[in-house]
Design a protein around this ligand. Structure first.
Ligand SMILES: [Zn+2]
Length: 273
């Protein structure tokens, strides 16, 4: 399975795929954070063909490569699957939105928004992966103040215009860890992969796997999100955030703990939650 990735992070999915017995052939990845680049080079440096420092390299056809320390070309092969941990800062309720800089201003002014709405869709157009997976925060469902249309809807519309049938799932990671952490998972199926038929079969597998967990009663892990639930999800997300920046935000205590560790030890701790 030819696998590619942007906003790669630590590429943990490779370990997951291989644990399922799949044969993974990594093509290229893209990651901006130097700490993650160092990890990728150490862990998967002999497997990825190239590791770009910017997602835009896939659109440009070449870019700076942190694996080889020079400008490298994009692999000519089409990926079977691509995985994208796209930035969430633009949509996060944790972020100040009333400032005058790009990072503190409105959603559409934040550089992360362009990464989600321009660079990602350009990636799909250029690379045409057979299938893809994107992770985002549920706050993507908040309405764009300029138009009233939820960002999620506009995002999906762009994916569909590029020929993909998209399934949207929501999962609360409290299933795995003792902390509520809701995330959206968008999964795209190309015509060649079976489009809607493949998407329906995928959802069937999700239902079946929820029915037959090894321990205990059937557990609902995934919540399938319909386009009509966008507004309701946005409202819920806002209420859960306490309705204001930095007030009663779930996980805030953990965040403070993280900072305290940093100050005392002068080290960066990575929480894989
Ligand atoms: Zn390279």
């Amino acid at each position: 399975m030819r696998y590619e990735s942007t906003c790669t992070g630590l590429a943990g999915e490779i370990i997951g795929f291989e644990a399922l017995g799949m044969d993974v052939a990594p093509l290229a990845c893209a990651e901006r954070k130097p700490s993650a680049q160092r990890y990728l080079k150490h862990q998967f440096g002999n497997r990825f063909l190239h590791g770009f420092t910017d997602n835009a390299a896939f659109v440009a056809g070449h870019g700076e490569c942190f694996l080889h320390g020079r400008d490298c070309p994009c692999p000519a092969m089409r990926p079977d699957i691509s995985i994208h941990g796209l930035p969430c800062q633009a949509y996060s309720w944790m972020r100040q939105r009333s400032g005058s800089t790009k990072n503190t201003g409105q959603v559409w002014q934040h550089p992360g928004h362009e990464e989600v709405f321009e660079v990602f869709h350009s990636y799909l157009r250029e690379r045409q992966p057979l299938g893809w997976i994107v992770e985002e925060v549920p706050a993507l469902a908040q309405p764009d103040k300029r138009t009233g249309i939820p960002f999620l809807q506009s995002f999906l519309r762009k994916c569909r215009s590029l020929g993909y049938c998209v399934v949207v799932l929501q999962m609360d990671h409290v299933v795995w860890v003792e902390m509520s952490r809701k995330r959206l998972w968008m999964i795209g199926f190309s015509e060649e992969l079976g489009h809607k038929q493949a998407a329906d079969a995928f959802l069937q597998i999700v239902h079946e796997s929820e029915k037959f967990r090894e321990l205990g009663e059937p557990t609902q892990i995934w919540n399938i999100v319909s386009p009509n639930s966008d507004a309701e999800m946005a409202r819920q997300q806002y209420e859960e955030s306490g309705g204001a920046h930095g007030q009663g935000v779930p996980g805030k205590d953990l965040f403070i703990l993280y900072l305290r560790y940093n100050l005392n030890t002068n080290r960066t701790y990575l929480f894989c939650i």
